[in-house]
Design a protein around this ligand. Structure first.
Ligand code: FAD
Ligand code: GLY
Length: 376
């Protein structure tokens, strides 16, 4: 078994796989080391929305990063299909960010004004126009922001496609292998100790989502990544009842998938790595979803699931190199937007690892030392 690589990527979620794809394409000899299976955690639990404008409500580095990443999906979708034959189910039929009350409408209208600076096609729709577009919406809604250019993908397929494309360019994937610690000598990372032996590599990327804090403590850093569980369910209807994504707020959205399922999410439960689905969590979601789209109560039940989002102290992901361990990089903490941010994360980290010149102003918001929390 080959145990020496140019770059070892820890974590086979969407971000590790995207980084592996970009680095392999550059000609680097890459391995993805995954403790369980590819896309077994948040990257298969996600709804797959590319909701830069609905999720991020103010301008700043995260919003700019999200817009850049969102714009990459169209090309990426064909590129990944060409290399892998996997269709990531990129659908861009738009999104409606709903204001359920007149009070919320005031806030959403402000969002429309702000978002139009970035996409002039975004507009406010009153209750009548909204229901003309989506007749299944409750008669009670006050209006909403229409984002015609918004889209979504199938997250597990996106992850698999990134990984398979990396393999196409020569990467190796080692599943059921947990990284336990780093090998480090004289300021330089030299590899990792895993549950299946040593892997040598002078460049190592930690892309272990909500589990990144634990590994980084091994490298003397507290990067403040913590878990936020999200529970979801899905339904199926005989005929489609919605066409666009319906986003009420961060605790209730409906995403109509290509296979006819509607994903409905999601709860927000802090500080737990236990991804059990609870009746209480699902009951709240059902109630909110039926309130928005009453026909949901007659739909066929499909399935439930949960995943662990990687949140950070300031809400921004960590993308950067360890300040004193040469060759150790981190890409983690993408919270609610890891699917959306995965293309740009792959590109940025690959460029960092390759030592290319990057936009420092943009990257400073994602720097590992931004809280000055080095503990060792
Ligand atoms: P993960 O997918 O968690 O992958 C990390 C991997 O590292 C795991 O496979 C884990 O097994 C592995 N690992 C951990 N420790 C080790 C170790 N020591 N050794 C080896 N491997 C290890 N984002 C969006 O953009 N749009 C959405 O609509 C959306 N909806 C969401 C809905 C829900 C319910 C949830 C939970 C999340 C949602 N997200 C969404 C967020 C998104 O899922 C995450 O931000 C993203 O999947 C994080 O990807 P990742 O690769 O960083 O981490
Ligand atoms: N971005 C949707 C979620 O995290 O639930």
């Amino acid at each position: 078994m080959e145990n020496s690589f140019d770059v070892a990527i820890i974590g086979g979620g969407v971000n590790g796989s995207s980084i592996a794809y970009q680095l392999s394409k550059m000609g680097r000899k890459v391995i993805i080391i995954e403790k369980e299976r590819l896309a077994c955690q948040a990257s298969s639990a996600a709804a797959g929305m590319l909701a830069a404008q609905a999720e991020i409500e103010q301008d700043g580095p995260l919003f700019q990063l999200a817009l850049k990443s969102q714009a990459m999906f169209s090309t990426l979708s064909s590129e990944l299909y060409e290399y892998t034959g996997i269709d990531i189910e990129y659908i861009h039929k738009g999104m409606l960010k709903i204001a359920e009350t007149e009070e919320i409408a005031v806030e959403v209208k402000k969002q429309v004004a702000f978002q139009r600076d970035w996409d002039p096609a975004i507009k406010w729709l009153g209750a009548k126009e909204l229901r003309k577009m989506e007749p299944s919406l409750s008669t009670g809604v006050a209006g909403g922001m229409y984002l015609p250019n918004d889209g979504h993908v199938q997250p597990a397929k996106l992850t698999q496609a990134f990984a398979k494309a990396a393999v196409y360019f020569g990467a190796e994937i080692r599943e059921n292998t947990e990284v336990l610690s780093f090998i480090y000598e004289n300021g330089q990372v030299k590899g990792v100790n895993t549950s299946n032996g040593v892997i040598h590599s002078e460049q190592v990327v930690v892309s272990t989502g909500a589990w990144a804090g634990k590994l980084m403590r091994e490298a003397g850093m507290d990067i403040s990544v913590y878990p936020v569980k999200g529970e979801c369910f899905s339904i199926r209807t005989e005929k489609p009842i919605i066409n666009t994504t319906i986003f009420s707020d961060k605790r209730c959205y409906l995403v109509p998938k290509r296979n006819g399922e509607i994903y409905i999410g999601a709860t927000m439960i802090e500080d737990t790595f236990d991804n059990t689905v609870t009746p209480g969590g699902i009951a709240t979601l059902i109630e909110r979803a039926i309130h928005l789209v009453p026909q949901i109560k007659d739909a066929a039940w499909e399935r439930v699931w949960a995943g662990i989002r990687p949140q950070t102290g300031d809400g921004n992901p960590y993308i950067g190199e360890h300040p004193s361990w040469k060759g150790l990089f981190v890409a983690a903490g993408h919270f609610r937007n890891g699917i959306l941010l995965s293309p740009i994360t792959g590109k940025l980290v690959a460029d960092l690892v390759a030592g290319r010149q990057l936009d420092e102003t943009l990257l400073s918001a994602f720097h590992l030392e931004r809280h000055k929390e080095t503990v060792g």
